[in-house]
Each structure stands twice: as C-alpha cells, then as structure tokens.
Ligand binder design. Structure first.
Ligand code: HEC
Length: 190
C-alpha cells in the first residue's frame, strides 16, 4: 500500500511542476531528510519529516474533508494572484479550537498540530492545488512556526516542506499577517 502511494506521487510529479514554477516556486528541492535525522517535533504533535507524511496526515489521519470552513469568510474566495482564481479555506479541529468569535485572540498563536488548508479552484470549479500550513514550531522544516506545502489533489508535491516557505513567508507576513500568526484569510473576514 505504501509503495503504491509513493508510485502515484512520482508518476504525477511532472504534471504540476509547470504549475509550481509558474507561481514563483521554481525552488523544487529533491533533498529528502535522512530518516535518522528527521526534524524534531514538538510534544504531542505528529512528527512530519516528509511531504508524503504531511499529505498522509491531510488525506487519512486528520482528513481535510472533516475540517471547518474559515469562519466569517466567504465559502469561496476570489483568490489573490498567487492563489487564484478562487479558493476555499478550512482548518482542522485543533486550529478551530484556538479561535474566539472567529478570531485569533491578540497575542496568541495557533497550537502545534493546527492545519490551515486552502483549495485552489479554477473558474470552471476544478480543484487543482492544496496549499497547506501545518503548525509545528519545533520542526526543523518550519518557518514562522509552520510547515509550508502545496500538493496536487493526488498528492504530487508542488511545493516541498524542504523549501521552508521561502516563496511564501514574505507575503504571509505582509498586511496583518504577522499579528495573525501569518494566516491571511483573517483579513478577508466579514
Ligand atoms: C503574493 C502573496 C502570497 C504568496 C506568495 C503566498 N500566499 Fe498564501 N495567501 C495569501 C493571501 C492574501 C491569503 C488569504 C486568502 C486569499 O486571499 O487567497 C493566503 C492564504 C493562504 C492559505 C490559507 C491560510 C491563510 O493564510 O489565510 C494557505 C494555506 C496558504 N496561503 C499557503 C501558502 C503557501 C504554502 C505559499 C507558498 C508556496 C503561499 N501561501 C504563498 C498570499 C500569498
């Protein structure tokens, strides 16, 4: 089963490469951490050392189909240039529990294990990409406390956690990002 999963990822690898490059990625890393030196993980958090492990978390362990829509935002947002044309943002129960009245209380951060999940949707309604923030502040792959990744719906890596959010974090720090734990959909709430 595991080898089948990996084969699917590899066979689709070329399909989304063009997409990721077009979005300013282009820094695809092929370096996988060696199993013996995987990232240290914060206590109580699933240790995520690879893109495949993160995708498995989203697909099976804490499946995104059970996540709550981002509160007080449109179910389908018109996307920003990087994430457009449309997107849908949801979060797992751990992240949702950190909110009060739909907001992140001032001075607080999302707890380790939080997932913020964005589906990028074409004008014709097809989901092409999953953009993911996974909170694990102690993880060696983390930037600003999060792992940053993009996948195709079949699990092909579009943007690897190994890049430590290099193309993501400046924009996620902009606006009110820095005061909202780098989560920018808060700025799109009603
Ligand atoms: C050009 C600016 C920009 C860049 C670059 C960018 N983002 Fe975003 N991102 C946003 C904005 C703005 C939102 C809020 C929702 C929206 O407007 O689409 C967002 C939303 C998200 C969300 C939903 C959670 C949130 O922050 O609201 C995720 C997940 C996400 N981005 C992941 C990524 C990843 C992973 C990368 C890098 C591969 C990345 N983003 C690069 C601007 C950017």
């Amino acid at each position: 089963m595991k080898s089948t999963f990996r084969a699917v990822i590899l066979s689709g690898a070329f399909a989304t490469l063009g997409f990721a490059m077009a979005c300013g990625g282009g820094s695809q890393s092929t370096v996988a951490p060696s199993p013996s030196t995987g990232p240290a993980s914060s206590p109580g958090t699933s240790p995520i050392a690879t893109d495949a492990a993160l995708f498995k978390l989203l697909a099976q362990i804490d499946p995104f189909g059970s996540y709550s829509l981002f509160p007080n935002a449109d179910a389908i947002l018109s996307g920003t240039p990087f994430h457009g044309p449309m997107d849908r943002v949801s979060m797992n129960a751990k992240a949702f529990a950190a909110l009060q009245n739909g907001k992140l209380p001032p001075g607080t951060r999302f707890p380790d294990g939080s997932v913020i999940f964005k589906e990028i949707i074409t004008n014709r309604g097809t989901t092409t990409t999953y953009s993911v923030l996974y909170k694990d502040a102690g993880n060696q792959q983390a930037a600003d406390g999060w792992l940053w990744a993009e996948f195709s719906p079949s699990g092909t890596v579009g943007y690897s956690i190994n890049n430590r959010g290099a193309v993501c974090t400046s924009c996620h720090s902009a606006g009110q990002g820095a005061t909202n734990d780098f989560v920018r959909t808060f700025e799109r709430q009603h």
